[in-house]
Design a protein. Structure first.
Length: 257
C-alpha cells in the first residue's frame, strides 16, 4: 500500500514536528527562525490539544541573578535524583529567554514597581514561579500557534501519526499518518523529525515523574532508536543551523530532545 503513492498525500519539509503543544510549537518556532521549512502535525488542533492547553500558565524561571546549580539541585532532590539533570539545566538556562519571548508575543507577566512578582513553585524549596498578568496556558499556546503560522510553519491539524519512516540506511526520514476527520493517508518526508507527543518531564517535590505517551506510537519511537529509558520526546536527524545536538527550548517541564 505504501508503494502506491496515489493513495497518499505526500508533504515534504526540512523539519517535521509531531505534536502541537508547548514542546512542538516552541520547536517549530526555533526551526523556522533558522531558515528551515517546517511542518507541524497534530492529531487534534495544534495549540488546543493535549495537556498544554489546560495548564495554569505559570512558568518556573531562572532570572539572570539566580543560581542555576541551586535550581537544578532543587529539582533533582524533589525527584529523588530520577531526572535528566542535563535537560533540567538546559531548560532553566533558557527559561528567562522564553519568558521574554512570550512577553514580546503579547503575554505580559505580573510586575510591581517594574520588578517581576513571583511565588515559590509548588513542591520546591526556592524556585520562582512567574504568572501571566491576564492569561492562562491556553492563551500562551494559542499565541504560539499564531506566531508559528506567521513564520510560515505549515500546521497540519487532525492527522494522527502512527509510525516513523526509515530510509534504506536506517535513518528516520519522516512519518506516516491518517486523517482523524477525513480518513486520508499522509506521508511526511523530512530531513529531521522532532517527536513532541509525550508529556514527560519533571515537576517539583510533590510529583516525581510523569510518563504518559501517545498510545502505540511510543513503541515506534523505541523501534526507531529512542532509548528505552527516555521519558521525553526525541529528535531524529541533524537539525539545521544552531539546532544541532541537544534540542531543548521549553519550560514548565515540557520539552523535546
Amino acid at each position: 500500500m505504501l508503494e502506491d503513492k496515489s493513495l497518499w498525500e505526500v508533504l515534504k519539509s526540512d523539519v517535521l514536528i509531531i505534536g502541537g503543544g508547548f514542546g512542538g510549537l516552541w520547536a517549530a518556532l526555533r526551526a523556522a527562525e533558522s531558515g528551515a521549512s517546517v511542518i507541524l502535525v497534530d492529531k487534534s488542533f495544534a495549540g488546543k490539544s493535549g495537556h498544554s492547553y489546560f495548564a495554569g500558565g505559570a512558568m518556573m524561571v531562572l532570572l539572570p541573578e539566580d543560581d542555576l546549580d541551586e535550581y537544578v539541585h532543587d529539582i533533582a532532590l524533589g525527584n529523588e535524583w530520577l531526572v535528566d539533570q542535563e535537560m533540567v539545566t538546559e531548560v532553566f538556562k533558557r527559561s528567562y529567554d522564553r519568558l521574554k519571548d512570550l512577553e514580546s508575543f503579547g503575554i505580559p507577566f505580573r510586575k510591581s514597581s517594574g520588578a517581576y512578582v513571583w511565588t515559590k513553585a509548588r513542591g520546591t524549596r526556592n524556585i520562582k514561579n512567574f504568572w501571566p498578568e491576564h492569561a492562562t496556558a491556553a492563551d500562551e499556546v494559542t499565541v504560539l500557534r499564531k506566531v508559528a503560522l506567521s513564520r510560515d510553519v505549515q500546521v497540519v491539524d487532525h492527522v494522527y501519526v502512527y509510525d516513523l519512516i526509515k530510509a534504506d540506511n536506517g535513518r528516520v526520514a519522516g512519518a506516516v499518518g491518517i486523517g482523524v476527520k477525513d480518513p486520508k493517508n499522509f506521508i511526511f518526508q523530512a530531513n529531521s523529525v522532532v517527536v513532541a507527543t509525550n508529556s514527560g518531564g519533571y515537576r517539583g517535590h510533590h510529583l516525581a515523574c510523569e510518563l504518559q505517551g501517545t498510545g502505540p506510537f511510543m513503541a515506534g519511537l523505541h523501534d526507531a532508536g529512542a532509548g528505552s529509558g527516555d521519558d521525553h520526546p526525541a529528535v531524529f536527524g541533524d537539525l539545521p543551523g544552531q539546532l544541532g545536538g541537544l534540542l531543548i527550548f521549553l519550560f514548565r517541564g515540557q520539552h523535546a530532545r
